[in-house]
Structure formats: C-alpha cells, structure tokens
Design a protein around this ligand. Structure first.
Ligand code: GAR
Length: 209
C-alpha cells in the first residue's frame, strides 16, 4: 500500500473519507499522517481519534513561504510520504515544493474545473445560473486549481438551491470521488505525463454521480 499524507486547513471531511476508504485493507493506500497549516483545524482531532499522527506547520512560525513549505516537506519526508492529498488545504504552495511533488500530489476542488477556480465556488455557480455543478480531483501544478484532471463528479443544481444545499450535495460527491481518484493514482491507472493525465489499465470507466 502507498503511504499517503493528507494536508488540511479546516474541517477535514474529505480527509475522513480518505481515512475511511483506507480502513479497507484492499484499498491501495494507507494514511500515515496529517499535516495542517492551522493549529485549530477541526480535522486534527478527527485524525487523532482515528489514531493517525498529526503535525501542525503554521505559516506564522516561518519567515517566508519557502521556509514554510520546506518545513512541510520535512514532515512529509519524516512520514515517508509517497503521495500527498490536499483535502481543503487552503494555501497556494510554492513552485519549488510543487515541482518536487509533481505527479505525486493531488487536490480536490469543489467545482467542475476549469470553471470556478478559487473560492466561493458554490455561490458563483448559483450566480452564473449553472444547472450542473460538481467537484474535481487533479494533479497539483504551480497555478491554483489548474493541474491535469484525474476524475470529476457532476451534481445537478436544483431549483431553489442555496449555497448551503448545493455545497452539501457537492461535498457528498467529493467524499465519493476523492478515494476513487486516489485509488487510480496509487494503482498507476492515472499518472501525470507531459503535463497531462495519462490513463492506463482502466477496464471500465466508473461513472460517478
Ligand atoms: C472541500 O469542499 C474542498 O473541495 C475545498 O475545501 C473544502 C474542505 O472541506 N477545497 C478547496 O476549495 C480548494 N481549492 P473539508 O475540510 O471538510 O474536506
């Protein structure tokens, strides 16, 4: 099983979904640690309650972004991380750090990329009158929410939806999609090649709704 470290900044519900998936011994990944840039991230307690070691690497403790990411990288090395999952890690990573983890770091974003990069995706989708919304797991590149797509899940926007109801529907899809995408990466079925996602050995394409 591949050794996974999850990076969070907050609630940690996607982290919890990955931990739950990895509780199954047949899942090709084990979660060996959680790193947060926020000492008060709610996900930290959740990880601890699941017996997963956590580290806080707070931005305020470092003079520069480079020093901060270098400290995170040290924790990843100490955990023996092979793949890194960004699960609501809300800070842009430095190009050097991203280059080092290229093809081995994946992120979940609450929109159907390349639409709605950045924050407030659900309200912006509602404001745009979208009838379909969703989530994306992609390889991380230096630009925010911009790397090659591994998997996506679409959900309907229902008449009368508000940010709360829509985000809840998308979040449910995220919890299904992230383990699925991580499995594809761990099994080598999705890999980053020449700036694109290469798919191999996929006998069937699983449609996620
Ligand atoms: C999730 O919806 C995730 O997609 C989003 O933050 C939320 C974290 O929730 N990530 C981004 O917006 C990254 N651009 P969680 O902490 O409960 O997983």
């Amino acid at each position: 099983r591949k050794r996974i470290v999850i990076m969070i900044s907050g609630r940690g519900s996607n982290m919890a979904a990955l931990i739950e998936a990895s509780d199954d011994r047949a899942f090709p990944a084990e979660i060996v640690g959680v790193v947060s840039d926020k000492a008060d991230a709610r996900g930290l307690q959740l990880a601890t309650s699941k017996g997963i070691p956590t580290r806080v690497v707070a931005r305020g403790d470092f003079a520069s972004k480079d020093a901060h990411d270098a400290a995170i990288d040290k924790e990843l090395a100490a955990f023996g991380a092979e793949i890194v999952c960004l699960a609501g890690y809300m800070r842009l990573l430095t190009p050097g750090f991203v280059a080092k983890w290229q093809g081995k770091m994946i992120n979940i974003h609450p929109a159907l990329l390349p639409s709605f990069k950045g924050l407030d995706t659900h309200q912006r989708a509602l404001d745009a009158g979208m009838r379909i919304h969703g989530c994306t797991v992609h390889f991380v590149t230096p630009e925010m929410d911009d790397g090659p797509i591994i998997a996506q899940s679409a959900v309907p926007v229902l008449i009368g939806d508000d940010e709360k109801t829509l985000s809840a529907r998308v979040l449910k899809a995220e919890h299904h999609l992230f383990p699925l995408a991580l499995r594809m990466v761990c099994e080598g079925k999705a890999s980053m090649q020449d700036g694109k996602t290469a798919f191999s050995d996929i006998e069937h394409v699983e449609q996620v709704a």
